[in-house]
Design a protein around this ligand. Structure first.
Ligand code: FES
Ligand code: FES
Length: 210
């Protein structure tokens, strides 16, 4: 009997499982090949000029943080929070879990909150990055920071910069958020000291003040 040539792993779009995995550099050789593929993707997107490959050694990159350009050295694996804290000395951004779970490292990247421990520095090249240090203007705190102080919206303060950045990004996009909006915006920011109610009060006070 003639054997059917129909391959059950081919989907209607004509993408085979093998082609899909190869797209990510993952082959039957295993995970090492997979990582190389991902690195290759990062290298390709960060190559400073055509035909130049970034990494594995550190290379100079330029990051735009709080409206200023900064030079830094980054390997393809270097995270944004590492560059912010260790090279630019912007230590307001905290590291907690270093795996995207606590929100302590939250910054604003092109108008969206982002965990900087889960963002590769090279992927942030060309983006507008805002950190907690950028909120102060002419020696004056942002109204949100003032409200946090007034409402005692911190205890140890470790989660506070990330919490403030999440709230600031919310207000940037929605000047009249509801309490539910505030809760949703800060849902990725964990506070071990349990200051949530005071944070909510601080943000709602800022909203009322306009
Ligand atoms: S340190 Fe980045 S999410 Fe926890
Ligand atoms: S104030 Fe301590 S973790 Fe939030």
């Amino acid at each position: 009997m003639k054997k059917s040539k129909k391959n059950s792993s081919v989907n209607p779009a004509g993408i085979t499982r093998r082609k899909f995995l190869k797209g990510f550099g993952i082959t039957s050789i295993g995970i090492a090949a997979g990582s190389e593929g991902l690195l290759g993707t990062i290298q390709a997107s960060c190559a400073p000029a055509q035909g130049t490959v970034a990494g594995p050694d550190a290379q100079q990159i330029s990051l735009r943080v709080n409206g200023k350009n900064h030079r830094a050295l980054a390997e393809p694996r270097t995270t944004l929070v590492e560059v912010l804290r260790d090279q630019l000395h912007l230590t307001g951004t905290k590291t907690g879990c270093e795996r995207g779970a606590c929100g302590a490292c939250t910054v604003i990247l092109n108008g969206k909150t982002q965990t900087s421990c889960m963002t590769l520095a090279m992927d942030a090249v060309g983006a507008e990055i805002e950190t907690i240090e950028g909120l102060e203007s002419n020696g004056k705190y942002h109204s949100l920071q003032e409200a946090f102080i007034e409402h005692d919206a911190m205890q140890c303060g470790f989660c506070t910069p990330g919490m403030v950045m999440s709230c600031k990004n919310l207000l940037d996009h929605n000047s009249q958020p509801t309490l539910e909006d505030v809760k949703l915006a800060t849902s990725g920011n964990l506070c071990r000291c349990g200051t949530y109610q005071n944070v909510f009060d601080a943000v709602m006070k800022t909203v009322k003040q306009g």
